[in-house]
Design a protein around this ligand. Structure first.
Ligand SMILES: [Zn+2]
Length: 285
């Protein structure tokens, strides 16, 4: 059950581009870093605005971004569009029928409809994290999907415990992918693929092993492991080192080089990243 829920979440939070601005009669509410556009439920719009400010501060602090916060004030505020219902949202955006919302990095917009708790607890922190992270690493360097989605999922604070429990189960059962594999996997390529995929792994005892997975299994582990790797970096070494890591990425370094520079004593290779992360899981993080 939970797995299915999680999988659904990964699908729902897909990222799509869209044109800025939507026709129609919008009312608005403003705060320091956000403008919420809504048509009907004013109370919900206010809840979203309050939650967005709180999320923004927490996420910016967590990623070591706090002192750059003026980037999001005044005319650079993030716009959040809340359509009255799902039909209106789908019609205006042309999104596929399963979509619950989307974020646009370039225009700094989050677009969804008033669907309650999931909006405030999941979609909002997830998309705000994408936007903060993107502001921080810029558009020049290559940001792999595991890193982008890892950060966004990690900042869905309400889900963190559930995700940690799940990854722990995968660790206990020797079902995790190699970090080096995560770094080079092309998930888009795997979607809808039939048959059994074979991947190398390491067991808890450090022995070489093999995993037999369906494409869906593999994608699920990939997403889970992505959150866990980010959790490891932030919980173990703190926000300052994470922001140093982001700066290296922004300056065009590869992920491996950026890790080595930001964590010179602890991550001198992908191998060491793997070993350290596994120790963190072993300690029950
Ligand atoms: Zn995402």
């Amino acid at each position: 059950m939970k797995r299915n829920k999680l999988k659904l979440l990964f699908i729902l939070l897909g990222f799509f581009c869209l044109a800025a601005g939507y026709p129609g009669t919008w009312r608005e509410k403003k705060s320091e870093h956000f403008i919420v556009y809504f048509t009907q439920d004013e109370k919900f719009a206010q809840d979203v605005l309050d939650a967005a400010e709180k999320d923004y501060r927490r996420i910016a602090y967590d990623l070591g971004y706090a002192r750059y916060s003026e980037f999001w004030t005044w005319d650079k505020r993030v716009k959040i569009y809340i359509f009255a219902d799902r039909d209106a949202f789908l019609k205006a955006t042309g999104q596929p029928s399963w979509s619950e919302g989307m974020a646009d990095y370039t225009n700094k917009e989050i677009v969804s409809y008033a669907w309650g708790k999931g909006f405030v607890e999941s979609l909002l922190p997830h998309e705000i994290a994408h936007l903060v992270f993107r502001d921080f690493v810029g558009f020049k360097g290559y940001i792999p999907l595991w890193l982008d989605e890892g950060v966004a999922q990690w900042e869905e604070e309400a889900k963190r415990k559930e995700i940690k429990n799940l990854i722990q189960r995968y660790y206990d059962n020797d079902n995790l992918l190699l970090v080096s594999d995560i770094m080079k996997l092309n998930i888009e390529h795997l979607k809808g693929k039939q048959g059994v995929l074979i991947r190398a792994t390491k067991t808890k005892d450090g022995k070489d092993g093999v995993l037999f997975l369906s494409a869906n299994n593999l994608i699920e582990i990939y997403y889970l492991q992505s959150v866990s790797l980010i959790g490891y970096l932030i919980e173990k070494f703190g926000s300052q080192s994470f922001s140093a890591f982001c700066r290296e990425l922004r300056d065009g370094k590869s992920v491996e080089e950026a890790l080595k520079t930001a964590y010179p004593l602890h991550i001198r290779s992908i191998q060491e990243f793997e070993t350290g992360w596994r120790k963190y899981l072993k300690a029950g993080a």
